[in-house]
Write a protein that binds this ligand. Structure first.
Ligand SMILES: C[S@@+](CC[C@H](N)C(=O)[O-])C[C@H]1O[C@@H](n2cnc3c(N)ncnc32)[C@H](O)[C@@H]1O
Length: 222
């Protein structure tokens, strides 16, 4: 390696390491924990054009997805959240989530890969016309809310598109002090499973489930 190549190599690694450092030092206040790396890995592997997130809060998941898009040098995340009071805000105050999200995206150099849509999912779905490669659903966790998100956006999933739901294993951990009886995501994802949708559930960080449409799976061979 000559000196120019060495410097280019060094610069490449510094630009990769810095956002990860900012990720580890940011104030995100999220329940998703290290499972956000699953989203990062999916984005690196799928190399999506379009990713949608419902429920961004302070940006823990958005930054993992955005970082992977930046590493792909390709694609865009549409990060949907009203950033106001809902029944499903994490701690830290609803008013603070938008400035925190913007601060985190800026600190990690992800603004070019993440478009913030300040709206609830119903409003954001109006006029939506893009095919979706990956959707992360982590917004309104009531049964009606999560079902509405699936009904609104799953028709846009590509043939091999993936939907990821967070908070899908609460019913296995009813003794957890954070348990909420109005959490409808586990029951909704179980309904999808019963309807024949392919579902893979990971019992970590309150549960993540990966779902592919349509029910019964889609034969990929002609
Ligand atoms: C649990 S937090 C999301 C956490 C985030 N994904 C993370 O990794 O830190 C839920 C978020 O969903 C948002 N939300 C609630 N109802 C929503 C809706 N109908 N559409 C979009 N976002 C919604 C709330 O404002 C809140 O910020």
């Amino acid at each position: 390696m000559n000196i120019t190549e060495r410097l280019r190599y060094l610069r490449h690694h510094v630009t990769m390491v810095w956002p990860r450092y900012r990720l580890s030092t940011g104030d995100f206040r999220t329940g998703l924990g290290p499972s956000a790396w699953l989203l990062h890995g999916l984005v690196r592997s799928l190399r999506p054009d379009v990713v949608v997130e419902i429920g961004s809060a302070r940006g823990w998941s958005a930054c993992h997805i955005g970082l992977a898009l930046r590493e792909n040098v390709h694609g865009r995340l549409y990060a949907i959240d009203p950033h106001g009071d809902t029944a499903w805000n994490d701690s830290g105050g609803a008013d603070a989530s938008l400035p925190a999200l913007r601060r985190h995206l800026r600190a990690m150099g992800l603004e070019g890969y993440v478009e913030i849509i300040r709206a609830d999912s119903q409003a954001a779905a109006r006029g939506w016309n893009r095919r979706i490669d990956l959707i992360f659903i982590d917004g309104d966790h009531s049964y009606a809310g999560v079902k509405a998100d699936w009904d609104l956006f799953s028709p846009f999933l590509t043939a091999t598109g993936v939907a990821v739901f967070h908070d899908t294993t609460w019913e296995l951990h009813r003794d957890d002090p954070r348990y909420r009886a109005d959490m409808g995501v586990p029951r909704f994802v179980d309904d999808l499973r019963r309807q024949g949708f392919p579902v893979i559930t990971l019992d970590r960080d309150c549960g993540l489930s990966l779902v592919q449409a349509p029910a019964g799976g889609r034969p990929l061979l002609p």
